[in-house]
Design a protein around this ligand. Structure first.
Ligand SMILES: [Zn+2]
Length: 146
């Protein structure tokens, strides 16, 4: 039995991310269309504001796991680089779960400064929450919509 990991908000400061509403709608449409499989993708951010959504195929085509398909992943990174944008969000869905990182999400997290944005259905509505995943720990991050 493991002890729940305490949140340590004082240690990690993050300004949060602001998403343009059309980008939120694009992500929601993507995760809803892929259910019951997990969906995944990236969101480019510049100066705290979302710039473009990159839906990326789930190479595992699984209801409980995801892996960004490498070629689409690379093309997205190249496009962001060409525009001077950052990988601001990495999103994926938990079609049968909660909008909270799984143990596997924590173990496989590779972007300490990006927001992991996790979508899950609550009733009939897909909702999402943002987190930093660093060194096996989870910290919620504010994600605003405009
Ligand atoms: Zn997950």
């Amino acid at each position: 039995m493991t002890t729940p990991t305490p949140l340590q908000p004082a240690r990690w400061s993050h300004p949060g991310v602001t998403l343009q509403r059309a980008h939120v709608q694009a992500m929601r449409a993507h995760v809803a269309a892929q259910a019951p499989l997990e969906a995944c993708g990236l969101v480019a951010v510049h100066r705290g504001l979302s710039q473009r959504v990159y839906p990326i195929p789930n190479a595992l085509a699984s209801p409980v796991r995801y892996r960004l398909e490498p070629h689409a992943y690379l093309r997205a990174l190249q496009d962001m680089d060409a525009h001077g944008w950052q990988v601001g969000l990495i999103y994926h869905s938990h079609p049968r779960g909660r909008p909270y990182p799984s143990a596997i999400d924590l173990a496989e997290a590779t972007y300490p400064d990006a927001v992991y944005y996790i979508w899950a259905p609550v009733g009939q509505v897909w909702v999402a929450r943002g987190y930093l995943l660093r060194a096996g720990r989870v910290q919620p991050v504010p994600v605003r919509w405009v």
